[in-house]
Design a protein around this ligand. Structure first.
Ligand code: SAM
Length: 277
């Protein structure tokens, strides 16, 4: 009876997680902006800044949903490539006037074919919305979209330079397994980066934040997505997630080195990162 109960419980958890995002896939991006007052964009930019990827590196974005992190990754690399190309041209003594003028043109298009980022998510509806967004915004060949579970990734060992998971690990049933999988698929020297809700330590901010999330978020969920329960679940899952230090220890247990975290917005969110040796 015991094991049957456990299996039932686990499958119910998985089904609940799946349904939450199936319901909201379409409205997901609107909700993100509404609930975080647009601040999630700054948090994602902070992640990219910390990562500072260089051209030619390969990203695996797990729980990648509608592709936000991967789009930013491509943008970051593109603007870096542009800057470098311009600097090279301008620093050459022999550069002609035409080359110099061209180097000053902003936003050169991507010259690299091939995949630069793989977006992996358990929910195909989220990926579908993401793929459409990618097409609309002209991110053609740089991305690949793969259905997969963070706990059992459908990729070879030692494959990626970066592994990101943004607002995703909280929903994973076996976090330790997901961390081990992250370690497995990264190349030696590769970096793990996780953006997730965390603990606010300032008592005043903490009170404001509690009031906001417990009382306002489910209401916003009901008004915008017609779905009170899913958003109540999201708030509860944030409270259940380990705090900064506990999560850091879990990442170390999975075999990562130089694990650190950076708090954003007073710890509402934190970025944990570590390296595979
Ligand atoms: N990373 C995106 C972002 O920041 O906009 C999406 C985050 S969204 C809050 C969480 C995503 O995690 C959902 O798309 C959900 O389908 C996915 N997810 C939940 N459990 C997962 C699992 N075990 N493996 C892979 N993805 C999972």
């Amino acid at each position: 009876h015991g094991s049957f109960g456990a299996v039932y419980f686990v499958s119910k958890c998985i089904r609940t997680v799946y349904k939450v995002f199936e319901n909201v896939a379409q409205k997901y991006d609107v909700m993100n902006d509404a609930m975080s007052l647009g601040i999630h964009r700054l948090w994602k930019d902070a992640l990219m800044h910390l990562m500072s990827p260089t051209p030619g590196t390969l990203l695996l974005d797990v729980a990648g949903g509608t592709g936000d992190i991967s789009f930013r990754f491509l943008d970051y690399i593109r603007s870096r490539q542009d800057r470098e190309a311009r600097r090279d041209t301008l620093s050459r003594q022999s550069a002609s006037w035409q080359e110099i003028t061209e180097a000053y043109q902003p936003g050169q298009s991507d010259t690299q074919g091939g995949v630069q980022a793989v977006v992996c998510d358990i929910n195909k509806e989220m990926l579908k919305v993401g793929r459409q967004r990618a097409a609309d915004r002209g991110y053609g060949t740089g991305l690949s979209w793969v259905v997969g579970n963070a706990e059992e990734l459908p990729f070879d060992n030692d494959k990626f330079d970066f592994y990101t998971i943004a607002f995703g690990i909280r929903n994973v049933t076996h976090i330790d397994q997901a961390l081990q999988e992250a370690h497995r698929v990264l190349k030696p020297g590769g970096r793990f980066l996780c953006l997730e809700f965390s603990r606010v330590s300032n008592p005043l901010l903490s009170r404001v934040y509690d009031a906001y999330s417990f009382q306002l978020i489910p209401v916003l969920g009901e008004v915008i997505a017609g779905d009170w329960k899913s958003y109540q679940y999201l708030v509860e899952s944030i409270r259940r997630f380990p705090d900064q230090e506990e999560f850091k220890a879990m990442i170390e247990d999975a075999g990562f080195f130089k694990v650190q975290f950076h708090n954003l917005t007073g710890g509402v969110v934190s970025i944990h990162s570590g390296f595979k040796l």
